[in-house]
Design a binder for this molecule. Structure first.
Ligand code: CO8
Length: 256
């Protein structure tokens, strides 16, 4: 598969997707959203891939937001449509993917860029990362799920502060408020993301898929019921047989 704005590398069960428009600080134009949507759909059904890392090209930016240059001629209908298409075809797809997506935030994660990172299951950042939702400086609000995902990650008060002030925060501050899990030097970021991906890739893909679904329901009324249901379903799947047998036979499990 070849793309104009993204790169895909697959190494030993780990896919690395790089958004590669460094001249525009990897801003998400329509085409990039489409390409990302295509690549995530493909990776979803690619049996060779267990974990995906999403990062930005160059050393300055993860993603500096939606491409503001495309905004000028939008009307209400077009803007709402773009937000809807983006959310449905990409952001929600990532959040509900059947395998984990780790955002490796290697610089600016602003507006739609931070929203993209927040749709991922796990976030690591480099020391130079700057994170923020500057939409109100443009007379807008976050439109790719930011008003919904940020309060869940950091609580309403801190989310409101970030959204209303539009201020960027440092990687360290982002870790303090649990917006990112870990902070590394720029050189280490991908290495550490790959280390985590390798650890995750050894575990049961069937278990992880169900865990993603259950965790995604954690703030709804169906969460506990879903957990019980998925727990039961896994007893009819081969990973559970392999995992339990391997423990009893004192060997490492090999998940297919
Ligand atoms: N869109 C388009 N181009 C961008 C963007 C962007 N978001 N960010 C940077 N660029 C471009 C610049 O225009 C510049 O291009 P050129 O060289 O052709 O002038 C190039 O990238 C480099 O940028 P700077 O020269 O500005 O680099 P600096 O290091 O001086 O500044 C900043 C870096 C602080 C990141 C600065 O570029 C900036 O403030 N960018 C905009 C950040 C922003 O406001 N992001 C939010 C956008 S709105 C959004 O994401 C809404 C999401 C919801 C959408 C819902 C559906 C539509």
């Amino acid at each position: 598969m070849t793309f104009e704005n993204i790169q895909l590398v697959i190494e030993e069960k780990i896919a690395i997707v790089t958004i590669d428009r460094p001249k525009s600080l990897n801003a998400l134009n329509k085409n990039t959203i489409q390409e990302l949507s295509t690549v995530f759909q493909e990776l979803k059904s690619n049996k060779e891939v267990r974990v995906i890392i999403l990062t930005g090209g160059g050393d300055k930016s993860f993603v500096a937001g939606a491409d503001i240059k495309e905004f000028s001629d939008f009307n209400q209908e077009k803007a709402e449509e773009l937000a809807r298409v983006g959310q449905e075809s990409l952001f929600n797809v990532i959040e509900n993917l059947n395998k984990p997506v780790i955002a490796a935030i290697n610089g600016f994660a602003l507006g739609g860029g931070l929203e993209l990172a927040m749709a991922c299951h796990i976030r690591y950042a480099s020391e130079n990362a700057k994170l923020g939702l500057p939409e109100v400086t443009l007379g807008l609000i976050p439109g790719y799920g930011g008003t919904q995902r940020l309060p869940k990650l950091v609580g309403k008060g801190l989310a409101n502060e970030m959204i209303f002030s539009a201020k960027m925060i440092s990687a360290e501050r982002a870790k303090e408020i649990t917006l990112v899990n870990e902070v590394f030097s720029q050189e280490e970021l991908l290495i550490k993301a790959k280390e985590l991906a390798n650890t995750v890739a050894k575990n049961s893909p069937q278990g992880i898929e169900k865990a993603i679904q259950a965790v995604n329901l954690s703030d709804t009324e169906q969460g506990f019921l879903a957990e019980m249901k998925y727990f039961g379903e896994l007893f009819e799947m081969e990973d559970k047989t392999e995992g339990v047998n391997a423990f009893l036979e004192k060997r490492k499990p090999v998940f297919k």
